[in-house]
Design a protein around this ligand. Structure first.
Ligand code: GLU
Length: 466
């Protein structure tokens, strides 16, 4: 049987690194065999779902390269892939359960349910519906009252083998008859997800650990509807550095924010793939998505929550830059430097890209190399020291004496500027200040080589006075 997995986000917020982990595992699991990967929008919460979030989620997934075979935009044989377009399908299956006596209409008011809940909690019991409407006689139905549809949960045990958490066992008595269709005739999450997973032919449900308590309910529904039960794999929680589960509060870890900061997609994927010390690849190894597919195996995935480490993301950012071709990266940063000489831009990118973790950072490294910046306050102080004009004139003479500047002769020239009584930094700092306007940045030899002879001479002119 061909594997089919699905990623089922609710379009109520932006995609973040925690949900990308779920998407990535679904993707890898499907691609490892020649399976299908489905994107399903769980947008039945009409108040909180928006078309903008849906669009953003799809854009971010595509940016990461996690492309789906069937989905709201691409369509497919088992669509539609938006739950809001499937409401009548859920009602049809609810009707089947009602007819088979596996579900019933419940007319209990919110007030009664609230009172019931309170009294159960007071008695130290787990709150659950007491089954009052299970056997309601037709003449006892309150006139004009609205109703929900509840699934009838029979006593017994629900057992399944989770691919990460191992054998799981739940007592159905702790569950209670739960709602499958609300009074607004909209199916609840548990019911809609089961009907969709079955009709869409999903063979493996891969999702966050927070959904583990839903699984016994869903298994009961699969069985009652006469569907096969898929395999389950719950991924341990991803925590932020403050040790709380990742969510909307961590806006900086949304894929949108990381994209805006200028991380490359592979950097984000690698940071996510390494969460929890994923054993398919070792600690710092950087892999392309194709390599991940080849090496993916579900074995030995750790059960403990993992913390998303921003420093690891930065390391992966640098690794992604290093791996990307200078040409490709030049293409990505060229919008920041429209007037720059393309050859110099590419030369600069080649030299410095491995030192930056994001495109924004790369831009800050490149800017003083491509546009002559005004010296900062601190740079000006250094340039005002009395020995500096003489030092810069010596530099000018040395640069004039070479055909073209490269890493090798730049190093020699810098060495030749050393004077007894001047510390190394007293030589390097004024040179850096004169040619880049700042006291920090890319290695000085590289700076000189990237700027080239002519540009270095041009930039020195204003400080050498002749
Ligand atoms: N819409 C659910 C969520 O975003 C998906 C749960 C599932 O995968 O079954 O958490």
């Amino acid at each position: 049987m061909a594997v089919r997995t699905r990623f089922a986000p609710s379009p109520t917020g932006l995609l973040h690194v925690g949900s990308v982990r779920t998407a990535l595992f679904n993707f890898l699991f499907a691609r490892r065999s020649v399976g299908g990967f489905i994107l399903r929008m769980e947008d039945t919460d009409r108040k909180r779902s928006t078309p903008e979030f849906e669009e953003a989620i799809m854009e971010d997934l595509a940016w990461l390269g996690l492309c789906w075979d069937e989905g709201p935009d691409t369509g497919g044989d088992r669509g539609p892939y938006r739950q809001s377009e499937r409401l009548s399908v859920y009602l049809e299956y609810a009707a089947r359960l009602l007819k088979a006596g596996r579900a019933y209409r419940c007319y209990c008011t919110v007030e009664r349910l609230e009172a019931l809940r309170r009294s159960q909690l007071e008695q130290g019991l787990p709150p659950r519906y007491d089954g009052r409407c299970r056997n309601l006689r037709p003449d006892a139905v309150p006139e004009g009252a609205s109703h929900v549809v509840r699934f009838m949960v029979e006593d017994g045990k629900v057992e399944f083998e989770d691919m990460v958490f191992g054998p799981m066992r739940f007592d159905a008595r702790d569950i209670g008859d739960f709602i499958i269709v609300g009074s607004d005739r909209i199916a609840t999450y548990n019911f809609a997800a089961v009907v969709d997973d079955a009709l869409m032919g999903v063979t493996h449900v891969i999702r966050g650990e927070d959904h583990l308590p839903n699984t016994p309910r869903q298994i009961l529904l699969f069985r009652a509807l006469g569907f096969g039960v898929p395999g389950f794999m719950h991924l341990p929680l991803v925590l932020s550095e403050d040790r709380t589960p990742l969510g909307k509060r961590h806006a900086g870890l949304s894929i949108r924010a990381l994209r805006e900061e200028g991380y490359l997609p592979d950097a984000v994927l690698n940071a996510v793939a390494h969460l929890g010390g994923y054993p398919g690849w070792s600690g710092e190894e950087f892999l392309s998505l194709d390599e991940m597919v080849r090496r993916f195996s579900v074995k030995r995935l750790s059960r403990s929550p993992s913390v998303f480490d921003v420093n690891a993301l930065k390391r992966m950012g640098r690794a992604a830059m290093e791996r990307a071709s200078a040409e490709a990266v030049t293409g990505l940063v060229s919008r920041y430097f429209r007037d720059a000489d393309r050859a110099r831009l590419e030369r600069a990118v080649r030299e410095v890209k491995g030192e930056a973790s994001t495109l924004e950072e790369l831009r800050s490294f490149l800017a003083p190399l491509l546009e002559e910046p005004e010296p900062t306050e601190k740079a000006r102080e250094v340039l005002a020291r009395p020995y500096v004009p003489g030092l810069l004139r010596a530099l000018r003479d040395a640069v004039e004496g070479v055909e073209e500047l490269d890493g090798e002769n730049s190093r020699k020239i810098m060495k030749g500027l050393k004077r007894p009584g001047l510390k190394d930094r007293e030589v390097f700092m004024p040179v850096r200040a004169a040619v880049t306007g700042s006291l920090q940045g890319v290695e000085l030899n590289k700076v000189l080589a990237i700027l080239g002879k002519e540009e270095v001479l041009r930039r020195l002119e204003r400080f050498t006075g002749t």
